[in-house]
Design a protein around this ligand. Sequence first.
Ligand code: HEM
Length: 410
Amino acid sequence: MTLQFQPFPPDHVPAELMVDFDFFRIPEGTSDPAEIWHDLVRRGVPDIFYTPHNGGHWVFLDYDDIVEGYRDHSIFSTYQTPIPPIEPFPVVQPQGVDPPEQNVFRRLLAPMFTPIAVRGMVEHLEHRSAELIERFADRGECDFITDYAEKFPTGTFLYLFGLPEERLPEFLALANVFFRSTDPAERASNITEIYAVLDALFREKMASPGDDIASAVVNARDENGQQHKWENILNCGFLLFVAGLDTVTNTMAYIWRYLATTPEARQYFVAVLDDPDAFLRAIEELMRINAVSNLFRRVTHDCEYKGIRFRRNDRVILPNTVANRDPDVFDNPQKIDLDRKVNRHVTFGVGPHRCIGSHLAKREVMVTLQQWLKRIPDFELAPDQPEGSVFGGSVMGFTGLKLRWPVAAK
Ligand code: HEM
């Protein structure tokens, strides 16, 4: 097979722009995986640099360049971008295609995730969140990841796709292999399995449509009145499955880790429980400071950007966590200011591919905080945190987060 999207050897990269950096490698003893990115800034490496690891790729560290990487799809494409490179790679819809082709599935999905649409989901989210928390609230301890932060967004996917709650273990198992396995054979069979499940699901929703997103996608018609290509329908289902799981899980993990160690922040949220504007502003700040995603782009043609030569198929990483702490854009960027008024963070991307699920993601965090603080107002990190439970990559986060809190004797 001829590989078409592999980067060139980096003989176009000047030595002064080469940096030894592997975004999967978290040094021992690091408790926050985002620190590997902030460490680059502290070391004063160039704002645009190239690393030979993971097939070789560029890294942008300046807010404006990261925004440009998102916006200018004539240079920085989302088509076939994985780092390290994999071919062929599923062309997920709409994230894996550039405008105008991207618009087809974007226009189909966007109306189902507007703030108003998400408000209609709140009752369901509250009910499921309360039910999950009540399973362990009396225990005085939990592993926040396995007991809550993995289950909640996976349950949201089931709800969006009109699937019964009983299928949670099956989808959790699929997601766990997808996000955590490093074994190529296991990964390949996992993707085949996810596609088989989606195929069966979409066929069922075609035969008996419901009031859910899977039914809307499979029964939508293109401009010629035809059903969308089956492959694109599956690739859209696949994106919706992967986009809102690990991102939400690890954003929540970061937030709960912060709240567990910051009593003033817990008190702040309790104080604004009935003030949605203040509550959302505070969540926006937690989104800024806890940006878990590092997005990939692929250079479309040989060109110069900011005086640097890029070659067709070069890969680029856009680390949101670095953009969000750029001192040229944010006052006092390292400070977590829960009342920050101006907050142009890029946690959900910017430009044509900006996250469709951002309102849902924020609502999932908001609902969880409300339900949690009502039942567990005070909590802390348990002393027996497992060592090395952090990981890097395109989404950074934690494999375990043990929390504990006082429970009244019965
Ligand atoms: C905290 C949680 C989340 C974060 C940090 C996040 C982040 C992002 C980012 C950075 C992008 C831009 C991708 C790019 O430019 O290549 C994106 C796109 C997207 N996200 Fe999210 N996301 C989150 C939750 C969700 C949820 C809950 C859903 C829906 C179930 C979702 C669905 C999507 C979709 C469909 C796209 C592609 C949009 C397009 O290509 O037009 N995301 N997300």
